[in-house]
Design a protein around this ligand. Sequence first.
Ligand code: PEP
Ligand code: MG
Length: 294
Amino acid sequence: AFATVPSQPITSLALADGSRVEFWANVASPNEAKAAASLGVAGIGLLRSEMLFLGATQAPTEVEQIERIQELLQAAGQRPVILRVLDAGADKSFPFLRLGAEPNPALGLRGIRVLERRPDFFRSHLRALLRAGVGYDLRLLLPMVTIVQEVARTRQLLERLHAELSAEKIPHLWPVSLGIMVEVPAVALKIQDFVPLADFFSVGSNDLGQYTWAVDREQGDLGEIEASGRAALLDLCALVAQQKQRPVSVCGEAAADPSMARAFIARGIRRLSVAPALIPALAHALRESDIPDA
Ligand code: PEP
Ligand code: MG
């Protein structure tokens, strides 16, 4: 039940049902963005923005952020770039955010929870992104969303910043596409509630797995749970893919594993975002495999 059109072997594969699986790239630096561009990927499915802030002891100014974001956007070329707003936490700490140590960083202040508690920084970050995105197909992605209120408040904040920038006559990207990471089981279970608020969904299987199995993603010893627990993770992904109003991608490491990729595709997911270095091998493995119909 599988066919392939090898004209663009790296960027996508055709399935027997006429649909295509697209390969997008996960990148974290301008060099990786260039590597992705030279592969000809459909887009940058996950731009981890943490590198914009590495080593910063003081919050970077709006203008400093704009310069660094544009360096990344230029490296990616003219293709869609899904940039994840800063995903900080006690495990990925940045001195200027002054996050305290936490006994259990995976369950504490992370992603959007941090941003909402640092409103001055969140404002400057979003303003920098809107300003840097002029002339690019830049889309924003919120990390560690758990409840709809977090997304609704971010949308309101973006609206306010748009009004502010307009009043200041500062060019900026508007309207802006806003999607969310699905990395907390609560979001997958209530995905329909997020449809009116999110323009797209990106499944972060690294964290979604950790929170589904109650296994620290840094803990190497519990492989059996991960292996046998995959069915539960895939059921959550299926819930996300079942809603048909919004595009869905998977951007966790599992997307680069051919057997998991086949399972995602079988559940209706048509966009896989993986590290550029892993795309050729994944495309090759999938081309040679028989993908079950969704
Ligand atoms: C994920 O959680 O799967 C993900 C892609 O985000 P990160 O690995 O950066 O937490
Ligand atoms: Mg994550």
